[in-house]
Design a protein. Structure first.
Length: 110
């Protein structure tokens, strides 16, 4: 009986782990289309400035700052230069309407 309870507990933990989004904790998910439309990429977050990979520079239309990563500030130029906006939200977001679509070149998270 004790063995059955342990096995059930392990099985439940495995199912819970599989339900967790693939981008996990401590990263920023970037998508090239509105409403998390594919393709998407998840990049690590850290307190230093990170430039977007060259094939993602000025391509982002939506994003999600995952738990344990934010807030994050997004910049229009490489090396965290130019205009910026900050997101504190862990929910999927479209970039601010208007000018920001396809403008993110770098980011920094706390």
């Amino acid at each position: 009986m004790k063995t059955a309870v342990i096995l059930i507990s392990l099985f439940a933990a495995t199912i819970s782990a599989e339900v967790e989004p693939s981008y996990g904790y401590g990263g920023v998910k970037f998508c090239k289309h509105w409403n998390q439309g594919q393709p998407c990429i998840t990049l690590d977050c850290c307190s230093s400035c990170d430039n977007m990979p060259s094939d993602w520079n000025d391509q982002v239309s939506s994003y999600q700052v995952t738990r344990g990563c934010g807030p994050c500030t997004f910049y229009e130029h490489n090396d965290c230069g130019g205009a910026s906006f900050t997101s504190h939200d862990n929910e999927p977001q479209n970039v601010p309407e208007g000018w920001w679509n396809d403008r993110i070149s770098s980011y920094r998270c706390s």
